[in-house]
Write a protein that binds this ligand. Structure first.
Ligand code: HH2
Length: 293
């Protein structure tokens, strides 16, 4: 198998730098009643923290905590007060108790600011700084690591197909829009070393468009930033593997993660941390022996 070297070898967060010499597993904790695959499972702060702790023990390198779903069935936007109530206690407790960096999955600058004030290291913005004009400045002044994920539309329709019109080269269109996001970030004062890119699998993308992006991931990797991939339990995996239940999409998730690793992605956002850790570590040993770096 051909392997592509990840260009970005390090990712600089607020108080630490992550090495991308090995694949990084980012465990998802959704403090929501309605997330597409685990909604309601970790809605209480105690359950969410317990899951974060368990993920750290299972080998997560990063824990990503979110309080607003973008699920494909049309997510209900959450107001800032409710999102804060859901997320901040879990971020605070996780930052205090866990050895791994904490990421906050939000499109709102007030939530990012509160999470960073509680010790979070990364802001994972699924709108890539499109939806809140203060977001870039908040991330810059804290020196946060920032994930710029490609999407189109607002929270309630970004995971639908409402904006899935790309022309023949979906990867080229996504890269152009991510380049605009990089410009927004650097204009706001975010350092290049703090930025990671994510193609936004399933966000304003039909399955064939998500597949094209995964197949052409080296084009995104070639921009020179760390690449994050979130395929975990998504519709495209369900369609390809015939698994209608999100929790039944583990094998397909593993296959897509391993191929993304071979294509140069280095950060994997997953619900099933143990399985991702083990599969990516095995794949990486072989890829590295074959010359991947
Ligand atoms: N996918 C989801 C949410 N946040 N962030 C990044 N960087 N990349 C992704 O692919 C990504 C993301 C959607 O998954 P999930 O959080 O499990 O579902 P929901 O939005 O329903 O809470």
């Amino acid at each position: 198998m051909t392997s592509v070297a990840a260009a970005g070898k390090k990712w600089t967060l607020r108080s630490r730098t992550l090495s991308l010499d090995t694949p990084l597993v980012m465990g998802v904790v959704n403090v929501t009643p309605d997330s597409f695959s685990d909604g309601g499972n970790f809605f209480s702060p105690d359950a969410a923290f317990a899951r974060a702790e368990e993920m750290a023990e299972e080998g997560a390198d990063i824990i990503d905590i979110g309080g607003e779903s973008t699920r494909p069935q049309g997510a209900a936007p959450v107001d800032a007060a409710e999102e804060r109530r859901r997320v901040i206690p879990v971020v605070e407790r996780s930052c205090a108790a866990l050895p791994v960096p904490i990421s906050v999955d939000t499109v709102k600058s007030t939530i990012a600011e509160a999470a960073l004030g509680s010790g979070a290291e990364i802001v994972n913005d699924v709108s890539a700084l499109r939806l809140d004009p203060r977001m870039g400045a908040v991330c810059a002044s804290a020196g946060a690591g920032v994930i710029l994920m490609h999407s189109r539309g607002g929270v309630s329709d970004m995971a639908t197909y409402a904006h899935a019109d790309y022309g023949p080269d979906v990867t080229g269109a996504v890269i152009a829009e991510l380049q605009a996001a990089i410009a927004r970030a650097t204009d706001a004062g975010i350092a290049g070393e703090a930025i990671a890119l994510d193609p936004g699998i399933g966000f304003a993308k039909r399955s064939e468009q998500s597949i094209a992006l995964l197949a052409e991931l080296p084009r995104l990797v070639a921009l020179g930033f760390p690449v994050v991939v979130g395929v975990s339990r998504k519709r495209v995996i369900g369609e390809l593997s015939g698994a209608s239940e999100p929790a039944d999409r583990l094998e397909g998730t593993i296959a897509a993660n391993v191929l993304a690793l071979a294509a140069g992605a280095r950060v994997f956002r997953v619900h099933d941390v143990r399985a991702a850790r083990r599969s990516l570590d095995v794949a990486w040993a072989v890829l590295r022996r074959g010359g991947a770096s």
